[in-house]
Structure formats: structure tokens, C-alpha cells
Design a protein around this ligand. Structure first.
Ligand code: AMP
Length: 218
């Protein structure tokens, strides 16, 4: 099954994707993670992407599509996968459909995490990320045992460059402008299911797990 997780920044898409991939064996493809990796590697694509990411703007479609198309092909060749943070524009959605169509596949399910802006801002501004293993924490909702230190690998916790209030607000505006229309796009394909991104991690997982069954890899 090919699943898209749709919703504003801070809706909990990445957190749920990690839980779903652990419990059900789905591959997790996050364009944000792929882009952050190219920034870290210092590639030319990464350098270009960083200029947009730092401002809370979307990286141009042609760059993102080129970057993820390999992952999408590998994802559908190996079976079930979750897309987290992609597509984010009409063009990306159409490119995804046409890429999948070549393999006689399609997006089977879109989970739309409807989330209030206040919750997004609260979650993202308090988020801390392990610089070594990428595990997420939250200063209030999910603090690490030792301040500034990852529970899992003892790496140091950092605040993502785009998790400051000003950039978060910009990301939310960009989401409404560029990504909001995908709700209707997928509604018209009859694949959209709305859930509440305002719920906490466990409550939301209880709501969405009914859509999934274990894959061979799980
Ligand atoms: P995320 O980790 O999903 O919040 O993404 C972080 C940033 O990466 C976004 O604010 C964008 O600048 C960029 N980004 C991630 N996915 C995409 C995408 N599908 N299209 C354009 N830009 C993206």
C-alpha cells in the first residue's frame, strides 16, 4: 500500500511515520530528511535547498522531484511505503501519480492530519532533535531524561534551524498556500481520510492503525 501523510508542519506526520514503519514494516520516505541529509553532505543540491529551508519556503519542485524520484521507484519496487512531507504542491502530486502509473500503482491512502496552528507552533518551537540519531524530543511533552542529551544514543540535542517561531509561522502560511489544495485533489480521488493531528502520539496512533496491516518485512 502506498500512503501519503498530509498535514501542516507540526501535525505529527514524521512521528507517526516512524511508529507505523516500526510496527507495520512500511518504508518511510521523508523529503525533509532527504533534503537535510543533502544539506549535511554539502552537495550543490543541499546548498541550494538550504537557502529555501532556512526561510521556511518550499524547495523548488524540479529539485525535490529529482531528489525523491529514486526513492519512490525503490519504495514501490519493494512494496509498501509511507510518504511524509511529499507531495507538497499540485505539481509534485501530479508527478507522483504519473511516476506510480508507470508501474501500474497509485496512491492508495492519504491520511490528512487536520491540526490547529497553535498546536503546530507549540510542538515545533519546543521540539529538540538528536544531532546524532535524529530522535525527536519535546521540552514539555516528551523531555529527555537528561537535559540536552539524547536518551537513545547520548548525542546532543539541537533545535532545528527552521523551528523558530518566525520561520514556523512562515511554514504554516506556505502550507496553506501551496499544500492546502491537495486535500481536495485527494478527496476527488476518494483516497483521503481525515484524522485529528491535535491528538497526542498514542491517541492518534490508535485512530490510524486500523488502516494498516503488517507487511512481510515487519
Ligand atoms: P519537513 O521536515 O517536512 O518539515 O521539511 C522541512 C523543509 O524542507 C520544508 O520547510 C521545505 O523547505 C523543505 N521540504 C521538505 N519537503 C519538501 C517538498 N516536498 N517540497 C518542497 N520543499 C520541501
Amino acid at each position: 500500500m502506498i500512503v501519503v501523510l498530509l498535514g501542516p508542519p507540526g501535525a505529527g506526520k514524521g512521528t507517526q511515520a516512524k511508529v507505523l514503519s516500526q510496527k507495520f514494516g512500511y518504508a518511510h520516505i521523508s523529503t525533509g530528511d532527504i533534503l537535510r541529509k543533502s544539506v549535511k553532505d554539502g552537495s550543490s543540491v543541499g546548498k541550494l535547498a538550504k537557502t529555501y529551508m532556512d526561510k521556511g519556503e518550499l524547495v523548488p519542485d524540479n529539485v525535490v522531484i529529482k531528489l525523491v524520484s529514486d526513492y519512490i521507484v525503490k519504495g514501490h519496487e519493494s512494496g509498501d511505503f509511507l510518504l511524509d512531507g511529499f507531495p507538497r504542491t499540485d505539481q509534485q502530486a501530479r508527478e507522483l501519480d504519473s511516476e506510480l502509473k508507470k508501474a501500474q500503482k497509485k496512491v492508495d491512502l492519504v491520511l490528512y492530519f487536520k491540526t490547529s496552528p497553535e498546536i503546530s507552533i507549540e510542538r515545533l518551537s519546543g521540539r529538540r532533535v538528536c544531532s546524532k540519531c535524529g530522535q525527536n524530543f519535546h521540552i514539555k511533552n516528551m523531555p529527555s531524561k537528561e537535559e540536552g542529551v539524547c536518551d537513545a544514543c547520548k548525542g546532543s540535542l539541537i533545535t532545528r534551524g527552521d523551528d523558530n517561531v518566525e520561520t514556523i509561522k512562515r511554514r504554516l502560511v506556505v502550507y496553506e498556500k501551496e499544500t492546502g489544495s491537495l486535500i481536495n485533489y485527494y478527496k476527488s480521488q476518494n483516497v483521503l481520510e481525515e484524522v485529528s493531528g491535535n491528538l497526542d502520539v498514542e491517541e492518534l496512533f490508535m485512530q490510524i492503525k486500523r488502516f494498516f496491516t503488517k507487511t512481510k518485512k515487519a
